[in-house]
Write a protein that binds this ligand. Sequence first.
Ligand SMILES: C[S@@+](CC[C@H](N)C(=O)[O-])C[C@H]1O[C@@H](n2cnc3c(N)ncnc32)[C@H](O)[C@@H]1O
Length: 357
Amino acid sequence: MAGTEGALDQARAMSFLERVMVDSAAAFSGLSTSIGARLGLYRAMAGAGSVTSTRLAEHTCLDERYVREWLAVQVAGEYVHYEPATATYSLPDEHAAVLADSTSPVYVMGAFTMLKSLYATEDALLDAYRTGHGISWQDHEPGLFEGVASFFLPGYSASLVQEWLPALDGVREKLQRGANVADVGCGFGYSTLFMAKAFPNSTFRGFDSHVPSIEAAREQADRNNLSDRVTFEIVPAEDLPPGPYDLITFFDCLHDLGDPAAAFRRAKQQLAADGSCMVVEPNTSADLLESMNPIGRSFAATSASLCLPAAVAQQGPHALGNHAGEEAMRAIANEAGLQNWKLALASPTNRIYQVRP
Ligand SMILES: C[S@@+](CC[C@H](N)C(=O)[O-])C[C@H]1O[C@@H](n2cnc3c(N)ncnc32)[C@H](O)[C@@H]1O
């Protein structure tokens, strides 16, 4: 490649360097963020007011020297406030909502829980990029599944029952009366359980091909005393057990399937008369220029390292990636006989579609 020396616009190079330095600083400190969550440091600081490193170390049963170094990262990133006069540190309540409270709608730690396992796939990704082979969902470390489930949880908690289901024609009424629901690609089953809690007259069956996720989902059902109305089974999407189902949901999983058309064909066969599919996908566009923002960038990055390789591993015929866009998915649904496609709602992170024959 030809050298660019001499032709460089130095000001533009410096400005771009600054942007990339911000990214590298975030990437370096992401490890400390994950450590802070796993060791309970953010939780210990939440609501605790101003603390010294010694007090925080005692409270978390950790080594003070390491805790002080961790706090320096937090101060540098402006996650934690530092008062030099008293050598004390505090985590503002608003920051605690994002970093420490897993029930908060703005909790974001799931993304950091995913990082360790995502970065661990770097060598496998080199191989995949060279050979065109996939990386199966089950080939990742356990933290990835927990992180993905935790990443989507706040959105489901805040919106699924309150906004998304009511945006679908006639679905909430059916669930209130008593409906039969299948949640395909349910992972840890948080979506299934939120629906089950809200609609006690209905029965719910979660399906996923990933054994540890289904085991985790069953534990959650037991813990929530919902096992009488909620079951979780290890079944691939294209083998959805006989219904009929009034509602078949696909939460953030359709693009992960190697054969989403087969999943849609099977769903169509098992839908009750007047039943609907609900497809929840990342709110991303097939137009690359629309992804130039933190949400679009996060989805593009996880698509290139996780979603696309997982779909490729299922050996087709599709490998959509998570920003295939509405038109591509609508075409697949159409081909499978689900011709009635409607965008019901869009949130900053998700698009919710109602899909019917
Ligand atoms: C991004 S995760 C989403 C999980 C869950 N729906 C959620 O929102 O947290 C994608 C899920 O699709 C599942 N999956 C991928 N391919 C599948 C297939 N062919 N059949 C069933 N599940 C599949 C994975 O095991 C994984 O749990």
